[in-house]
Design a protein around this ligand. Structure first.
Ligand code: NAP
Length: 246
């Protein structure tokens, strides 16, 4: 389905990004797995993809670094000649109540989640525009759709990703480039494993389907947005949240 497509997934060593990378590779894409600190995890994910007959390699880059993102995209273009699918998945949380939130925690979350997404789109778009094709899929969150007490920084960053997605979709549509977002609810990963049990229980109580998602359930929707089956969709936010934001 994605044979000969070149994909970049940010934050792909762990969690949702890793599941996305594996799913795109299972459909024939050559996948660049970006990581920041988790080199061993990224190399392990690459090894799993290669073992199952897929094509992949790991690439280190801090997505909050504008210049480094440019170098990462340029390296991919030099090696593979093109980029077809860009998945902006890298993200962090620094939760806390608004009145106690430090400026540093606010900026850090915005720098990685929102500016990081801008950085890769900014650098990739010149190549996608020349190709007159491409898919950009940004991972946002239900927190960006609904807001969430204790996550002012994270919710602001993810709402920003939604605005960025829609503006990029409008700018790039005439050149055949589709830009969409996926908004997961509660997914079982390192990010949510770190939450106190009480917060997990409270989140579960708000999910009509009554359970957390597996990373693969988010990856399946990303695959759909990367595939021909979604060719007439752009500027959309698909909530994959067990019904949280209906
Ligand atoms: P995770 O398990 O904590 O993984 C986060 C990933 O982001 C890691 O691969 C990490 O890479 C990468 N990352 C962090 N800072 C980075 C940076 N500066 N440059 C490059 N990569 C960086 O989180 P997850 O749950 O899989 O989350 C993935 C995405 O889904 C995030 O955008 C998150 O906000 C979103 N999301 C998650 C949930 C959920 O319930 N889990 C819900 C809604 C949305 P390294 O380990 O290499 O640093």
């Amino acid at each position: 389905m994605l044979t000969d497509k070149i994909a970049l997934v940010t934050g792909a060593g762990r969690g949702i990004g890793r599941a996305v990378a594996k799913m795109l590779a299972s459909q024939g894409a050559y996948v660049y797995l970006n990581y920041h600190g988790s080199e061993a995890a990224a190399q392990e994910a690459v090894a799993e993809i290669l073992k199952s007959g897929g094509k992949a390699e790991a690439v280190q880059c801090d997505v909050s670094d504008f210049k480094a993102c440019g170098e990462m995209i340029q390296m991919i273009i030099q090696k593979s000649g093109r980029l077809d699918i860009l998945v902006n998945n890298a993200g962090i949380t620094r939760d806390g109540l608004l009145m106690k939130m430090s400026e540093e925690d606010y900026d850090k979350v915005l720098d990685i989640n929102l500016k990081g997404t801008f950085h890769t789109i900014r650098h990739a778009s010149r190549y996608l525009l020349k190709q007159r094709s491409g898919r950009i899929i940004n991972i946002t969150s239900v927190s960006g759709v609904l807001g969430n007490a204790g996550q002012a920084n994270y919710s602001a960053s993810k709402a920003g990703v939604i605005g960025l997605t829609k503006s990029a979709a409008r700018e790039l549509a005439s050149r055949g480039i589709c830009v969409n977002a996926v908004a997961p609810g509660y997914v079982k990963t390192d990010m949510t494993d770190a939450l106190p049990d009480q917060v997990k229980e409270q989140m579960l109580s708000q999910i009509p389907l009554g359970r957390a998602a597996k990373p693969e359930e988010i990856a399946g929707v990303v695959l759909f947005l990367a595939s021909e089956q979604s060719a007439y969709m752009t500027g959309q936010v698909l909530c994959v949240d067990g019904g949280m934001a209906m």
